[in-house]
Write a protein that binds this ligand. Structure first.
Ligand SMILES: [Zn+2]
Ligand SMILES: [Zn+2]
Length: 75
């Protein structure tokens, strides 16, 4: 089972979905990991060199859900 995780606040991504033009790129969009349809990254696909999501980075994860519950996949 995969997990989608993200380090941005969910409000940032929701603002972008509403078309707020000045919403800043999310951490996930700027890092080397592949981005899932929901805007988060799959834990199984994290780039080991990523300074944000790799195990070595050990940074705070603010958003997550199971792959099967992904809002992007069902949209
Ligand atoms: Zn990353
Ligand atoms: Zn997802």
């Amino acid at each position: 089972m995969s997990m989608h995780i993200g380090r941005h606040w969910s409000s940032t991504y929701q603002a972008r979905q509403r078309g707020v033009v000045d919403a800043r790129p999310t951490i996930e969009e700027e890092c080397p990991c592949p981005v899932e349809p929901c805007g988060l990254v799959d834990m199984d696909k994290i780039d080991p060199e990523c300074p944000e999501h790799s195990m070595e980075a050990a940074k705070t994860i603010r958003a997550n859900h199971r792959g099967e519950d992904c809002p992007g996949a069902s949209a």
